[in-house]
Design a protein around this ligand. Structure first.
Ligand SMILES: *Cc1c(COP(=O)(O)O)cnc(C)c1O
Length: 383
């Protein structure tokens, strides 16, 4: 019996559906020649705002640059504390450091993989009590596509006058209480890295916000801080624009997204039905509709995980570990972690334990039930 190979992320099946639109979109750009700030950028900004329900969308060069522009717009820098989960992709922590601010790593909830609200509050209180750094912002992450607890994060930040930034890089298309991400927090950073739920064919990103003043600042900052004319420089900005070509790819892909999100949700259902204890499958929480960017299970420990990965490899099933190391243990961030809260920051036990237990399975909008069954069989054979 021959089996179709299982892709971890599948961009080939998707491309086959829209290849003609992509070719014609690229040909149009070669004809008009407006490679920077072409009409495709305006068009995709309008469509992304409409899709998410956000009042404003500003296309930028990557998810990382979206985070950076959002913090620059608030004037965040030296002496400021930016609270974020210790269990996330490196970019979330990198950006405050690049701007001279101090990332304060918070623990996450084992059931949702997202910010532990009680731990966030505890660390804000510690920073306030110490009086050395100003608590300025929280970057919540919707890890693996599942929304963070935005109402709780917003309530805490409102009490302290802090900026709320949603790092939705893994979660474009997810919603919470029937509102898409993009309308929670003061601003939302999106990534269109090729393997994200909405991806281009290179680097790309966007900022979503309901605040017109912030949107205007983001537009200025992505183009070197320009004013109303191109040669008026109002503030220190960066080169952070979305290319016309990447915008054209997103224009071709966006119409597929609703169906792909539904297919991902179906695939998550097949996994949840096919995997059994002691494997722990992601359940989310009431009111949250995950974008299922990455499907991550929890295994008993690192020994079992190594066994499961080996069984999967033997069966020709790809797997990945997001993330093997909590950020406060990364050499680049260890010093900042120690400096954030004097006298030794409280431990981050959940973030550390997850690094030894998480395993991500193939997930995309073109996975078949038969393939999901083979993935489950390989996991159960190892576990
Ligand atoms: C991918 C990702 C980013 C960065 O996005 P890029 O477009 O690659 O710069 C930021 N945060 C998280 C959580 C991500 O997964």
């Amino acid at each position: 019996m021959t089996h179709s190979p299982i892709a971890f992320f599948d961009m080939q099946a998707q491309q086959a559906l829209i290849r003609a639109e992509i070719d014609s979109g690229l040909a149009r750009i070669l004809d008009h020649g407006r490679f920077i700030q072409g009409p495709e950028v305006d068009a995709i900004e309008a469509k992304l705002a409409a899709f998410t329900g956000a009042a404003h969308c500003v296309g930028v060069s990557s998810g990382t640059d979206a985070l950076q522009i959002a913090l620059m717009a608030e004037g965040i820098g030296r002496g400021d504390a930016v609270f974020l989960p210790a269990f996330t992709y490196t970019a979330t922590a990198e950006v405050p450091l690049v701007l001279g601010a101090t990332p304060v790593f918070c623990d996450v909830d084992e059931a949702t993989f997202n910010l532990d609200i009680a731990d966030l509050e505890r660390r804000i209180a510690l920073v306030l009590a110490e009086g050395r750094l100003r608590p300025r912002a929280v970057i919540g992450v919707d890890l693996y596509g599942l929304p963070a607890d935005w109402p709780a994060i917003q309530a805490i930040c409102d009490r302290h006058g802090m900026f709320v930034l949603d790092d939705a890089a893994q979660a474009f298309g997810a919603s919470l209480h029937n509102r898409r991400l993009g309308t929670w927090g003061h601003a939302t950073a999106c990534s269109f890295y090729p393997t994200k739920t909405l991806g281009c064919y290179g680097d790309g990103g966007a900022l979503l916000t309901d605040d017109a003043d912030r949107a205007a600042l983001y537009r200025s900052l992505r183009t070197h801080g320009e004013g109303t004319s191109r040669y008026e420089v109002l503030r220190t900005g960066m080169n952070g624009r979305l290319d016309s070509i990447q915008a054209a790819i997103l224009l071709a892909k966006l119409p597929l997204l609703e169906a792909e999100l539904a297919a991902r949700t179906r695939a998550a259902g097949w996994y949840a039905a096919g995997l059994r204890a002691p494997v722990v499958v992601p359940r989310g929480f009431a009111g949250a509709a995950s974008a299922w960017g990455i499907y991550t299970i929890l295994l008993t420990d690192a020994v079992v995980r190594a066994r499961v990965q080996a069984a999967m490899q033997a069966a020709g099933v790809p797997s990945a570990i997001y993330y093997p190391k909590a950020l406060h243990h990364q050499p680049a961030y260890a010093a900042a972690h120690a400096a954030g809260i004097g006298g030794g920051p409280p431990p981050l036990p959940v973030s550390e334990a997850l690094c030894g237990r998480v395993l991500s399975l193939p997930m995309h909008g073109y996975l078949t039930e038969e393939q999901a069954g083979r993935v489950c069989a390989a996991v159960m054979a190892g576990g």
